[in-house]
Write a protein that binds this ligand. Structure first.
Ligand SMILES: [Mg+2]
Length: 166
């Protein structure tokens, strides 16, 4: 059985420690969109997210958005963040993750996936052999199917403890 425990569990993307990632030889970030970078249904990333992405780029990270969202919405946001995107990624299947590694010309060992859902993001990362960071969802508002996953997620997450990245 696949271990669904993320490598790191933090509050939000701003708690991600770039130095720790570099120490682990990670140079690529695969970012979920909904409720990780922007609230569900919001089509515009706020300035804080844009600044964080720019900082990560400056630090030398290669970044790709990997989202199950529909093309239009995913593309609009990715364009505003000036990032490549795999939309309709069909996480938890690993194909979208593998495709995003190809876009970045990265291997699974030098990448980390960041997402808010255990049964899509974390599972897809595990299947692709990519390390992963679980963040708390930005809002409680979710896609219908996600609401169902959240029930099961509760049982997995209650064993997880947030701690500083090291
Ligand atoms: Mg999400």
């Amino acid at each position: 059985m696949i271990n669904l425990k993320p490598d790191y569990f933090v509050n939000d993307i701003y708690d991600i420690d770039f130095t720790v990632l570099k120490n682990h030889r990670i140079n690529s970030m695969l970012l979920d969109l909904d409720n990780t970078l922007v609230p569900f249904k919001i089509n515009k990333p706020d300035n804080k997210v844009i600044e964080w992405i720019n900082k990560a780029k400056k630090e030398g990270f290669k970044i790709c958005v990997v989202s199950n969202a529909y093309p239009r919405r995913a593309q609009i946001i990715a364009n505003l963040l000036e990032l490549p995107v795999i939309y309709m990624a069909k996480k938890p299947f690993k194909k979208g993750v593998v495709d995003s590694l190809k876009i970045l010309d990265s291997t699974n060992k030098e990448a980390i996936l960041v997402g808010d859902q255990i049964f899509t993001d974390i599972l897809a990362a595990k299947l692709a052999g990519v390390k992963c960071i679980l963040v708390e969802p930005i809002t409680k508002s979710d896609f219908f199917m996600t609401k169902i996953y959240r029930v099961f997620e509760f049982f997995v997450k209650r064993h997880l403890i947030k701690e500083k990245m090291k």
